[in-house]
Design a protein around this ligand. Structure first.
Ligand code: S3P
Length: 439
């Protein structure tokens, strides 16, 4: 396992771009694979998770050609045109690939067996298999809810009207994607709005998607069996990857960095509000809309951070950014209390436990709650000197790489390899800005 050692080097400075948005990249591949004709994608994230989606779509009949760095063409099979792969599909570390594809497959008359790495095999799939069973798909999963699993899609899918019990864009998207090949109107009712990349892209491809607010519930519906037009997608930079840069530049004294072409979908930008509430100095410049998604440039300068309360953080607009926000809280002045975050326990790792262990190992006073963390900020550099277990979780690895920039003794990350799932080039980009990271 390649170790990563993080320690302060210099203030961070420079202008950079981060790799393409992971959520949009997955959807661009899946949906263009169902269009009729040739789609073109630029800026696709070439991380392992998205490449797993490409492999799966190829195995189910789509033609996907790499034309250059992040530049792909996709010849779709049309809604209803997926075929059974001739082997097990390995989804690697990617929960988004697995859950969204289970939705797509559920309303196709095909059979697919999926597996993944140890992290993915420990993540619950019943959150999508339960609603998709009602549509008529059949599942055989390890212990009823884990990979490896086999899905047998149905040739006669029934429309669903589903209210997910948890806030999850993956569950919403799985049901909507199942609705693509289901005659009639499939409905998802969200108590808490989640990222709407699926809705935006499907609308751009000509699907009949409606979004209504019914007494505070976001009701999304899709009319089945559309002919999807091919698309040209320019994938913006991933705000969830940018989050590591925002936190690092805010924390390290004297820093001043600019990140260009960042996706600023309002259901993703909670990290900007949360860091700003802690005193961060983040300016949003050059806002525009690219392919139906808002994008802009972010300039971040170092600032004295203070503790953040629950109220300042809107969990409907951020989820994957909490680990690095916890690191910012560890160097902030005062006690931060985060609650209502039980979903973090079913990510690539149990992120509450992994963060609590890693912070404690580096001398940060932290209390783990069933649904959150209480973090006693050091008001500057944390002691550091500890070793962090990443548990196959890219965001744990990158979060502690950031914390090490504000540690008195180096922070050791036991395994840097998971970073490849979402942020290829992370170490080089960070060291280019001035961070102290050694493999
Ligand atoms: C994602 C949704 C989120 C997020 C994940 C990507 C998506 O998961 O954590 O990294 O692309 O829809 P949940 O739906 O489980 O919150």
């Amino acid at each position: 396992m390649p170790k990563l050692i993080s320690s302060p080097n210099s203030a961070l400075s420079g202008r950079v771009r981060v790799p393409g948005d992971k959520s949009i990249s997955h959807r661009a591949l899946m949906l263009s694979a169902l269009a009729v004709g040739r789609s073109e994608i630029r800026g696709l994230l070439e991380g392992e998770d998205v490449l797993a989606t490409a492999t799966a779509m190829r195995a189910m009949g789509a033609t996907i050609n790499r034309l250059g760095a992040g530049h792909y063409e996709v010849f779709g099979v049309g809604v209803g045109g997926l075929v059974s792969p001739d082997d097990v599909i390995d989804m690697g570390n990617s929960g988004t690939s697995t859950r969204l594809l289970l939705g797509l497959i559920a309303s196709h008359d095909i059979t697919v067996t999926m597996t993944g790495d140890a992290s993915l095999r420990s993540r619950p799939m019943d959150r999508v298999t339960v609603p998709l069973q009602d549509l008529g798909a059949e599942f055989s999963a390890r212990e009823g809810r884990y990979l490896p699993l086999t899905i047998k899609g149905t040739p006669r899918p029934l429309v669903l009207d589903y209210s997910p019990p948890m806030a999850s864009a993956q569950v919403k998207s799985a049901v909507l994607l199942a609705g693509l090949n289901t005659p009639g109107r499939t409905i998802v009712r969200e108590k808490v709005a989640t990222r709407d990349h699926s809705e935006r892209m499907l609308t751009a491809m000509g699907a009949d998607i409606r979004v209504n607010d019914e007494e505070g519930v976001r009701v999304v519906s899709i009319e089945g069996q559309p002919e999807l037009s091919p698309i040209q997608v320019d994938v913006p930079g991933d705000i969830s990857s940018t989050a590591f840069l925002l936190a690092a530049a805010s924390m390290v004294p004297g820093s001043d960095i600019t990140v260009k072409n960042v996706g600023l979908n309002p259901l993703r930008t909670g990290i900007i509000g949360a860091l700003t509430a802690m005193g961060a100095d983040i300016e949003v410049e050059d806002q525009t809309v690219l392919g139906g998604e808002p994008v802009g440039t972010l300039r971040v300068r170092a600032a004295a951070l203070t503790a953040v309360s629950d109220l300042a953080v809107d969990p409907s607009t951020m989820i994957d950014e909490f680990p690095v926000l916890f690191c910012a809280a560890a160097v902030a002045e005062g006690v931060s209390r985060f609650t209502g975050l039980e979903e973090l326990r079913v990510k690539e790792s149990d992120r509450l436990a992994a963060m609590a262990q890693g912070l404690a190992a580096n001398g940060v006073q932290v209390e783990e709650l069933p649904d959150g963390l209480v973090i006693h900020g050091a008001g500057g550099r944390v002691p550091g000197g500890g070793s962090v277990e990443t548990h196959l979780d890219h965001r744990i690895a990158m979060s502690f790489s950031v914390l090490g920039q504000m540690a008195k003794a180096p922070v050791t990350i036991d395994d840097a390899s998971p970073i490849q799932t979402s942020f290829p080039g992370f170490t080089e980009l960070m060291t280019g800005l001035g961070a102290g990271l050694k493999t």
